[in-house]
Design a protein around this ligand. Sequence first.
Ligand SMILES: Cc1ncc(COP(=O)(O)O)c(C=O)c1O
Length: 421
Amino acid sequence: MYQRVKYDLSEELRKIREAGLFKEERIILTEQKAAIRVEYPAGGSPREVLNFCSNNYLGLANHPEIIEAAQTALRRYGFGMASVRFISGTQDLHKALEARISRFYETDDSILYSSCFDANAGLFESLLGAEDAVVTDALNHASIIDGIRLCKAKRYIFEHSDMQSLEASLRGAREGIDIWEGDSLSKEPVPVRNIIIATDGVFSMDGDIARLKEITALADRYCALVMVDESHATGFIGLKGRGAVEHNDVLGKVDIITSTLGKAMGGASGGFTTGRKEIIEILRQNSRPYLFSNTLAPVIAGAGLAAFDLLEKSDNLRRQLLENSAYFRHEMTALGFDIVPGEHPIVPVHLRKFENDVWLAQNISRDLYDEGIYVIGFFYPVVPKGQSRIRVQMSAAHTREHLDRALAAFAKVGRRYKVIS
Ligand SMILES: Cc1ncc(COP(=O)(O)O)c(C=O)c1O
């Protein structure tokens, strides 16, 4: 039997390769940090490169206090729990982290997951049935899309960050769904019961921030709940690092926040949902990744608590990150690169003005790697056709010297390909 499957899969792999879309792993031989040693291609000789493509926004992935907290948790609480949360997988450490997350976001309660992907996958199905609706931004993360697919609610997709499109979707949901039987309308349209508007807080391809002030105002008008995924914002966007919700001054107006511990907050793994009391209670009863997947390792919970402690103690890392982002954005713009104004540490270098944008994204990122600057080119189907870009990500761990080396390499390679003059 496998011969047939093998043939089909090999054909699919061949097509992926032919389209230039085959993803290869780069093997990092050091800890995750600004300057790393990478073996790429596999088996090739390792090189020292500056890392501009991780989500290690605050540089906590190898921070001594995080490592110390992880070691303390490991010694005190052991390595694993060998259980899901509700059987024998809840330690006081997990409860402490949940309480800390609720305190941080000023929410009623929080629930931990193994990842934010799980938090999103286990959210919508637990809260919404066939009589409900979810209204979702077209550029939401894959985990939100998959979470929505798992629930029976009616789905409305609004155009990215387009408030008119959002309002039209909300109106559609409130006015009702046509019920067709055969080729005739069997009943009057049925309005949906509950609505959740779902959006990323920050969109990972552009680093643009969701328009949460307008979204929460529309939610009020159409009696909808709001869910925000803060994965690319927790720890560094907003005055105290409380994400797009804080940045937009809508703390308390957003009903559900999901986020990850796997980016700015130490970068290992782990996710959470935080929000209204009854919502979190229902998730503890019904959410499948919570019920049927192993509990978060104590090491991760201990290090997660330390990451929140670090944020509370000082905002030096957050400031450093914003300073690095502002400097890099300013200098790249001055060089003549196409940078959309913003403040997020995700800095896409757009190639949309060029017809050969895919080729440019592939070649420029490869040449930058040869110059010791590790960045990734994104092109269709990861981003829309004609919208290829090099996505550069800043970290608080980058020094000015690191940034200047990246700028010099971008200038050299950009001129080589006539992207700048
Ligand atoms: C917006 C968003 N949500 C969720 C996730 C998944 O997070 P995790 O790695 O914790 O599963 C990501 C990670 O890429 C993300 O960018």
